[in-house]
Design a protein around this ligand. Structure first.
Ligand code: SAM
Length: 300
């Protein structure tokens, strides 16, 4: 997040300076490249953001012309490495701990409260899709762990945190956050799951960290993803950047990874006209969440 924030600040600064002009044809080329490789659709109104981000990166590398930089990105291995850096600059990584607390509470009511203790530890698989710098997957891990511990349910949590941005994933893996980033976090979570590094920094405790696995995954490559079945999938504030058809394709693929009885949580209002037969909309006000129906079972 610190990196993304930095990029944003730099981009804002650049907007005030003269940027190399980009004609319609060139803009189209960049939009198509971004959409083909990430699914993200960049509207005309975000052209100044694209220009600012490209200009910062081109200046770092010594390029003056968009076309030269474009050619570099298409050139074999060095282009692929550079693309990883640029994609981080062109994606939005805004996130925070407990960003959607209402959705967590819904998860408790509709899912966690219905789990029964068993003789062996209960395995729970969670997937944070588009996890950015890790605040969402760590929040889910903390919340589920605490809720089940309070209910004396012995459990084994495995959280998969995926994103296209390698830089964001690296921050998540480091698991060290500035104290400002912990402002939203209820005290009990900070005390239980964080270790103080210095007066400004906290580190996620190893016991929680080892439950969260960060992995690079482009949502356009979901069909080839070797992920298992999940009990809970969170995909919030990601699909807004995709076109309608692409969103629906991704959602259909997410459902294939959801266990019967499992819960899929999306950002409220992010998807309006998608209701596959296998899913029941939980109908919580202000929350867009679905449960996968049990085959032939009684669905509440
Ligand atoms: C705004 S953040 C959302 C973070 C978190 N889910 C939340 O709600 O706080 C969006 C994330 O989606 C990721 N993203 C964008 N396009 C992607 C793609 N094609 N595949 C995987 N992740 C993508 C971005 O890198 C970014 O980290």
């Amino acid at each position: 997040m610190a990196v993304a924030q930095n990029n944003l600040e730099q981009a804002t600064l650049w907007q005030r300076k003269d940027l190399a002009p980009m004609d319609k044809y060139e803009f189209r080329q960049w939009v198509e490249l971004l959409e083909k490789r990430t699914g993200i659709s960049l509207p005309e109104k975000r052209k100044s953001f694209l220009l600012a981000s490209l200009n910062i990166r081109m200046r770092e590398l010594g390029y003056e012309k968009y076309q030269d930089y474009f050619r570099h990105l298409l050139a074999g291995r060095s282009g692929a490495v550079e693309w990883e850096i640029l994609v981080d600059r062109l994606t939005v990584h805004e996130t925070r701990f407990f960003r959607d607390e209402a959705a967590m509470k819904m998860l408790e009511e509709c899912y966690l409260n219905h789990l029964a203790p068993s003789e062996t530890a209960l395995g729970i698989n969670i997937w944070s899709v588009g996890c950015a710098t890790g605040e969402e997957p760590y929040s889910l891990a903390m919340f589920v762990d605490r809720t089940l511990t309070e209910r004396n349910i012995s459990h084994y949590l495995a959280v998969t945190a995926s994103d296209i941005s390698s830089a964001s994933l690296a921050t998540g893996r480091t698991a060290i956050y500035h104290s400002n980033r912990l402002k939203n976090l209820p005290d009990v979570y900070r005390q239980t799951y964080f270790k103080v590094i210095d007066e400004d920094h906290f580190e996620v405790d190893a016991s929680l960290r080892e439950r969260v696995c960060f992995t690079r995954l482009n949502l356009l490559d979901l069909a080839e993803a070797t992920l298992g079945m999940m009990d809970i999938i969170f995909c919030q504030n990601v699909l807004i950047y995709f076109k309608r058809q692409q969103r629906r394709r991704i959602l259909d693929q997410l459902v294939e990874h959801l266990r019967p009885g499992g819960i899929l949580v999306l950002g409220a209002g992010e998807v309006t006209d998608w209701q596959p037969d296998e899913l029941e909309n939980l109908g919580h006000p202000g929350i867009l969440a679905f449960r996968r129906r049990e085959p032939g079972g009684c669905n509440t």
